[in-house]
Design a protein around this ligand. Structure first.
Ligand code: 6MZ
Length: 374
């Protein structure tokens, strides 16, 4: 390697490390999309040995690096076969939190679809209990799961400030996802479950699933119910060009929107005038065709317009990315400076669904990190 190449490699390495060290807020991460490949392979091997699946076929699918949008949803059906029993749900929830914490994510909203599975004796409630059990089982990281009445946020805030040498600390909150394949009544069950679990770390509702499946009218009663109950809602919007639905979602005016890829000029203008914060998923959108390339991703337009936004991973396992990598991609693709990246990460605190006490504590974390990173 010549000196110039070595210098470039060192600069890349330095920037990557800086993006890891940056405290980050993750607002759009699906539990089953964030599972480690090594865990999926281990689970697949186990089911292969039992003759439930053909391991070699599944292995190739898990390790494949490119994924179209329809392929993603076929894969989720496979992942759900591998992961949907109570013990495995507990395991993946634990690992996912550990992985985000290792990336210096200081606040994480994980979303997951509560599942009924009669064969496994699983109800939506027991599924969520298994998730929470996993969050509580995390050992190498201090997890703050409940509201400030369970463990004082001041305590966690001071721990978050402890720096790199001590145990990492992370706030975790849960969003319950309504899958677009569900009926109105199943969607309402999910919102009612969220109401029931508000004191256990559940903090909001998400609408997700295959965007070419289902009708907006099916979920609207449940989403409206959430709104009436004062539960924050985030909605996957415009992953495909469904004009009628994009319009309806914007009219519903949720607290946040995911993706916003296929909006036309009128919808784009409306989004900007409503100032709804957007969860930006660069790698996911480029891989699934929602954006033509990184360079042409709508992040640039929203960022330049000072529209509220937050960088997110969507499915870090499925798309082999991490939140640090998403910040790195923004730096290298759009030329943001470290100062601008820091601002971007810090601004995301405004869009968390947690209360003002948590926000205040997170602002302290950024204030402290500023001295170290800038
Ligand atoms: C829409 C997505 C998604 O809930 O089983 N999901 N929905 N668009 C996407 N973009 C690629 N990525 C994930 O996690 C997996 C579920 O999250 C939703 C799908 O409903 C998928 O089945 P959970 O933990």
């Amino acid at each position: 390697m010549d000196t110039e190449t070595e210098g470039k490699a060192a600069a890349v390495e330095e920037m990557r490390e800086w993006c890891v060290a940056l405290p980050k807020v993750e607002l759009h991460a699906h539990l089953n999309g964030s599972v480690r490949n090594s865990t999926l392979l281990e689970l697949a091997k186990h089911l292969g040995d039992k003759g439930v699946i053909v391991f070699e076929d599944v292995k190739d699918v898990i390790m494949k690096s490119d994924r179209s949008l329809p392929e993603c949803f076929k894969l989720f059906d496979l992942f759900h076969i591998l992961t949907t029993d109570h013990d495995t749900v507990t395991r993946i929830a634990k690992e996912v939190v550990e992985d985000f914490a290792a990336e210096n994510v200081v606040y994480l909203e994980i979303r997951t679809t509560p599942k009924n599975n009669e064969a496994k004796g699983m109800t939506k409630r027991s599924y969520m209990d298994a998730v929470i059990k996993g969050l509580k089982a995390v050992e190498d990281v201090d997890v703050e799961l409940f509201g400030s009445n369970f463990r004082t946020n001041e305590t966690l805030s001071s721990k978050l400030l402890d720096g790199v040498t001590k145990k990492k600390k992370i706030y975790v909150r849960l969003l319950l996802s309504i899958d677009r394949r569900e009926t109105t009544s199943a969607a309402l069950d999910t919102v009612n479950l969220a109401v029931e679990m508000m004191d256990q770390g559940v903090i909001g509702i998400d609408l997700s699933g295959n965007p070419v499946v289902g009708e907006w009218e099916t979920y609207l009663p449940a989403l409206q119910h959430a709104k009436n109950m004062g539960i924050p809602v985030t909605i996957h919007c415009g992953e495909v060009a469904n004009r009628k639905e994009i319009q309806a979602v914007l009219d519903f005016c949720p607290q946040r929107l995911g993706h916003v890829c296929c909006l036309n000029d009128v919808e784009w203008k409306k989004l900007k005038s409503l100032m709804i914060p957007v969860e930006i998923c660069l790698t996911s959108n480029v891989m699934t065709g929602g954006a033509p390339s990184l360079e042409l991703h709508h992040f640039a337009d929203l960022y330049n317009a000072k529209h509220p936004l937050s960088l997110c991973t969507d499915d870090s396992g499925l798309f082999s990315t991490s939140l640090s990598n998403e910040y790195y991609l923004v730096a290298t693709t759009f030329g943001l400076s470290k100062f601008e990246l820091f601002q971007l990460a810090q601004d995301a605190v405004q869009f968390v669904f947690a209360d003002d006490v948590v926000k205040k504590s997170l602002k302290e974390v950024f204030k402290h990190a500023e001295k170290r990173l800038l």
